[in-house]
Design a protein around this ligand. Structure first.
Ligand code: ADP
Length: 410
C-alpha cells in the first residue's frame, strides 16, 4: 500500500509517501518513496520542497492560501511527469494524519470516522494551536481524496497508559474531573518507535524491558516505558513541562509566573510567549536555541552557552535517574531527536555520574554514533544506552495500514 503521511501545522504541511504493507511491517521492509514540505501556507509566496528517494531535491514557489490548495499542490508534485513518484493520485491507498492532542478519548490511533473527528474537535481546547491545523489537513484530504480512507495518529495516545499517580497534578481533584487538567505527554509516536526498535538491539521483547527514552530535539521529553507501556513522561498538560528545551522553560515553579507578571507588568499573552519562546537554552544562553550553535559558542569560551548546556544535561540526568526509580530499575536508555541522534557530547554529559546505576558509556562508540542505530555503552555495562534515529512517519504509516486492514495495533 502507498500511504501518504500528513503533518499539518498552521502554515505548513509536511508529508511523506511510504510504501508499506502488513508483510513489509513484519519484515521491517517498508520504504519511503519521497518526502516534502509546504511552508508559508496562506501567503502568495509559499515554498514547496520535495525530495524523491535517491533524487535531487526540487523546490517550487507559488500562491497557496489554505491547506486544501497545499494538498492539491502536493498531489501535483507527487504525480509530476519529471519529479514525481506516482502516475496518479489514485495510487495513494490511505492517508495517515499526525494529530497532536487526543485527550483521554484516544488511547490508540483511529480511523477518521465522523465520531472520531468530533472527538478531536472536542480536544481543541487542550491544543488550540495544533489540533485546528491538523483537522484542516484532514478536511483537505477528505475533499481532495474523498474515497481514500484516513487515519488519525495522536502524539498523546501512547501516554494514556500512565497511571493516575503519574498523570495527576497536586491540584484539587475537581479540576481534573471538571476541566481534564492532568499530564498528557507528547512525542508519543517517537517514544513508541524507539521503544519498539530497542527490541532488536536488546534482543528482548518490549514486554520484558524497562526503558528510558529521551527525545531531544527543539522540543524535548523523556519517557519511562515499563514492559512496553508508557508509565511516565516529562511533558505535561502542554509541552512546556519537563526538560529544558530550545525555547521552553521546562519544569518551573508556577509562582514564578505570577511574580514575573507583576514585576515586569506582563500580560497573559506576553508571559506565555516568555515561557514558550524566550526561555530554555535560548533564554539562558542569550545566544541561540540551537544546540549545535551553543556547543560551538561553548568551545569558544562563552560562559552562558556553557551554563545552558549544563542545565540541559543536568535536568535530563535527573529525569533518567528518576524514571529508573519509578520503574524499580532500567535496562536501557535510548536517545533520539536531532540532539539525541547527533550529539555525542550531550549524550555523554547527560549520562555522566550515572555509573552508580550501571550506565558505563564507551567514549569511542558514543563518538562514532551519528544518525544511526548504535550501542554507546561498553559491553560490560549492566545498563545499555543506544542511539536510535526516530521515524514518526513510519509509525503513522504502519498504524494507517493496520487500521485500514482491520489489524490490531501493537
Ligand atoms: P525539532 O524538535 O524541531 O524536530 P530536531 O529533532 O530536528 O528538532 O532537533 C533540532 C536540534 O538538534 C537543534 O537544537 C540542533 O542544533 C540539534 N542538532 C542537530 N545536529 C546536531 C549536532 N550535530 N550536534 C548537536 N546538536 C545537533
Amino acid at each position: 500500500m502507498k500511504v501518504l503521511v500528513l503533518n499539518c501545522g498552521s502554515s505548513s504541511a509536511k508529508y511523506q509517501l511510504i510504501e508499506t504493507s502488513l508483510e513489509a511491517i513484519e519484515k521491517n521492509a517498508d520504504r519511503e518513496i519521497g518526502r516534502g514540505l509546504v511552508e508559508r501556507i496562506g501567503t502568495g509566496s509559499a515554498v514547496h520542497t520535495f525530495q524523491a528517494q535517491g533524487r535531487e531535491r526540487v523546490t517550487d514557489t507559488g500562491e497557496i492560501l489554505e491547506h486544501r490548495e497545499a494538498l492539491a499542490h502536493i498531489l501535483r508534485m507527487l504525480t509530476h511527469p519529471e519529479h514525481g513518484v506516482i502516475k496518479s493520485p489514485a495510487e495513494i491507498d490511505a492517508v495517515g494524519h499526525r494529530v497532536v492532542h487526543g485527550g483521554e478519548k484516544f488511547t490508540q490511533s483511529a480511523l477518521a470516522t465522523p465520531e472520531a473527528i468530533r472527538a478531536v474537535e472536542e480536544c481543541i481546547g487542550l491544543a488550540p494551536l495544533h489540533n485546528p491545523p491538523n483537522l484542516r489537513g484532514y478536511e483537505a484530504a477528505r475533499r481532495v481524496m474523498p474515497d481514500v480512507p484516513q487515519v488519525l495518529v495522536f502524539d498523546t495516545a501512547y501516554h494514556q497508559t500512565m497511571p493516575p499517580h503519574a498523570f495527576l497534578y497536586g491540584l484539587p481533584y475537581v479540576l481534573y474531573t471538571r476541566h481534564a487538567i492532568r499530564r498528557y505527554g507528547f512525542h508519543g509516536t517517537s517514544h513508541r518507535f524507539v521503544g519498539w526498535r530497542s527490541q532488536e538491539l536488546l534482543g528482548r521483547p518490549r514486554s520484558e524491558t524497562r526503558l528510558v527514552t529521551c527525545h531531544l530535539g527543539n522540543g524535548a521529553s523523556a519517557c519511562a516505558i515499563d514492559h512496553g507501556r508508557s508509565v511516565d513522561t516529562s511533558m505535561g498538560f502542554t509541552p512546556l513541562e519537563g526538560l529544558l528545551m530550545g525555547t521552553r522553560t521546562g519544569d518551573l515553579d508556577p509562582a514564578v509566573v505570577f511574580h514575573v507578571m507583576h514585576q515586569e507588568e506582563l500580560s497573559e499573552q506576553q508571559v506565555n510567549t516568555l515561557l514558550n519562546k524566550h526561555s530554555g537554552l535560548y533564554g539562558i544562553s542569550g545566544v541561540s536555541n540551537d544546540m549545535r550553535e551553543l556547543l560551538a559558542e561553548e568551545a569558544k569560551g562563552h560562559e552562558r552557552a556553557h551554563l545552558a548546556i549544563e542545565m540541559f544535561c543536568y535536568r535530563l540526568r535527573k529525569y533518567i535517574a528518576a524514571y529508573a526509580g519509578a520503574m524499580g530499575g532500567v535496562d536501557a536508555v535510548l536517545f533520539t531527536g536531532g540532539i539525541g541522534e547527533n550529539s555525542p557530547s550531550i549524550r555523554a554529559r547527560s549520562l555522566a555520574g550515572l555509573e552508580f546505576m550501571g550506565i558505563h558509556v564507551d567514549a569511542a562508540r558514543n563518538d562514532a554514533a551519528m544518525r544511526r542505530e548504535a550501542r554507546i555503552t561498553t559491553d560490560a555495562s549492566p545498563v545499555a544506552a543506544f542511539v536510535i534515529p526516530t521515524n514518526e512517519e513510519l509509525i503513522i504509516a504502519r498504524d494507517t495500514v493496520r487500521l485500514v486492514t482491520g489489524t490490531p495495533q501493537v
